[in-house]
Design a protein around this ligand. Structure first.
Ligand SMILES: Nc1ncnc2c1ncn2[C@@H]1O[C@H](COP(=O)(O)OP(=O)(O)OP(=O)(O)O)[C@@H](O)[C@H]1O
Length: 327
């Protein structure tokens, strides 16, 4: 009698069978039992997840799935009720965000109103690490901070050239297009020479003309040896650049796998449609799933208060921006 059991799905990045929470051959991040509750709502309840090193991993899921909260927990911007996680084999639980960044795990932030009131170069310098001039003693000893300031400016200029933002160096960040802002967010994250770059919706608000350039830049991070983890609703980006896709729904990891198979996964379709639906899932194509998702979001961040003049821009920018730069 022949054995009709389906063999488990395997993948070169995975140690064992592929499935939610599967072990990776070479993980850079490992999270265990991470729970975050807001009042009675459990926003994140991740039993186990591993992020493969040197690859591009997409974190997807419907609105409210817990993706951003999980990002915030991993990077020390929020604290879980329970759980542990490590980066490069070292525990990061209870490590504050600025120390997480120093260890090489850096996330991008949307360019907020206050950062928009700084120039492109000033934004870049906020991303630099170990700014010696910030200590009281060091601030008084000019040679100590002068050399570092020069090195930081040089690094910023090199990155601005790489991201084709060098001509915008002295412009206010708020004057950039949506796509240029995303490039600036990415370039700013690279100022601290990270090992793992976490991108929060890199495609949000990006004009199609800049899409390809942005995708190329993300691939470039991997080519330079970095690991990339990104949260994204844009399925085009997820399909085209990720090596691995992790799907969250209602705080949990419900599926993971390579992009070419993940959209056919029943748990993914369920997650996007909601658990209680009448649709005949058997007839749903990848394209339809993507359309459902795209229709659900489509949001483009617009800053109605973006300064139109330099006088507007210079007002009340520095304090807020400095605080954000410290995060
Ligand atoms: N500070 C908070 N206080 C209360 N509830 C919160 C807070 N932050 C997030 N939540 C809730 O936790 C759940 C997960 O939110 P989260 O923003 O992490 O989801 P998401 O997957 O990133 O969604 P989106 O794709 O819309 O950004 C949501 O129900 C949200 O309303």
């Amino acid at each position: 009698m022949s054995d009709t059991t389906t063999p488990p799905v395997t993948h070169p990045l995975v140690d064992g069978p592929v499935g939610p929470g599967c072990k990776k051959v070479d993980p850079i991040v490992i999270a265990d039992g991470v729970i975050r509750q807001f009042g009675g709502l459990t926003a994140v309840d991740v039993a186990h997840v591993e992020i493969p090193r040197g690859r591009i991993t997409a974190l997807i899921g419907p609105n409210g799935a817990g993706k951003t909260t999980f990002f915030n927990l991993l990077t020390g911007f929020d604290r879980p009720n329970k759980g542990s996680w490590s980066f490069e084999g070292q525990s990061l639980a209870h490590v504050p965000s600025h120390k997480v960044a120093r260890r090489g795990m850096v996330r991008t932030f949307q360019l907020t109103k206050s950062l928009g009131r700084l120039t492109v170069l000033q934004n870049m310098l906020l991303g630099a690490r170990d700014q010696r001039g910030e200590g009281l003693f060091a601030a008084l000893v000019k040679p100590l901070w002068k050399a570092q300031e020069q090195a930081n400016t040089e690094r910023a200029d090199n990155l601005l050239a790489r991201f084709k933002l060098d001509e915008k160096r002295e412009d206010y960040a708020a004057s950039l297009s949506g796509g240029q802002r995303k490039l600036l967010e990415m370039a700013r994250a690279l100022m601290s020479e990270p090992t793992l770059v976490m991108l929060d919706e890199p495609m949000a608000g990006v004009n199609p003309a800049l899409t390809q350039s942005l995708l190329d830049h993300v691939r470039g991070l991997k080519d330079d040896g970095m690991t990339v983890l990104f949260v994204e609703h844009d399925m085009h980006m997820v399909r085209h650049i990720s090596d691995w896709v992790i799907v969250m729904a209602e705080g949990k990891v419900v599926a993971e796998g390579p992009p070419e198979t993940i959209m056919q996964n029943q748990a993914v379709v369920d997650a996007y449609l909601g658990a209680h639906h009448d649709t005949d899932l058997g007839t749903l194509t990848n394209q339809q799933v993507a359309e459902i998702h795209e229709a659900a979001e489509d949001e483009v961040p617009v800053d109605p208060d973006a300064p139109s003049t330099t006088a507007d821009a210079s007002r009340d920018a520095t304090t807020d921006a400095h605080q954000e730069g410290q995060r």
